[in-house]
Design a protein around this ligand. Structure first.
Ligand SMILES: [Zn+2]
Length: 150
């Protein structure tokens, strides 16, 4: 199965922190998030928010769950990848609070940056639980670095 590509500066940042097997080490997640926020800020000449960031890395669209009814009752969001069409959508539960929706968007972006990629191999050897922890760490760092720029 083809996965979506990270390209350009984002891919170089990924490779900088990817260890053997192409897995971003857990202690490098903060620095990786800081680097890609820097890249996005350069691309968007300073002004940066989470939505612009999502589009800049290649997310096709953000969809509220009421439009697609994809989420289970306990889920806050998910990411849908259509590799043949090169499209990636993030689905968010619109009934959550603003803070929860924002963290969920950052968490799904974390899955995209850490777990959905194509360097010619499949790197997803970590367990689902580890992936959730990584996406949460990434989300916290991403929001922190974006808020520092406001
Ligand atoms: Zn997750």
């Amino acid at each position: 199965m083809n996965k979506l590509h990270l390209t350009g500066a984002y891919l170089r940042a990924f490779r900088k922190y990817a260890g053997e097997g192409g897995h971003v080490q857990i202690w490098d997640i903060m620095r990786y998030a800081a680097d890609i926020v820097d890249i996005a800020a350069r691309e968007q000449s300073g002004s940066l928010n989470l939505l612009d960031f999502a589009y800049s890395i290649g997310i096709t669209g953000i969809i509220y769950n009421e439009q697609v009814d994809m989420l289970r009752p306990n889920e806050y969001g998910t990411i849908m990848v259509f590799p043949d069409e090169h499209k990636t959508y993030i689905v968010i539960d619109e009934k959550r609070s603003r803070q929860e929706r924002r963290f969920t968007l950052a968490h799904e972006i974390g899955h995209y940056m850490l777990h959905i990629r194509d360097n010619g191999r499949d790197f997803c050897t970590e367990t689902g639980e580890q992936r959730e922890i990584e996406a949460d760490l990434f989300a916290g760092a991403l929001i922190h670095f974006i808020d520092q720029r406001i």
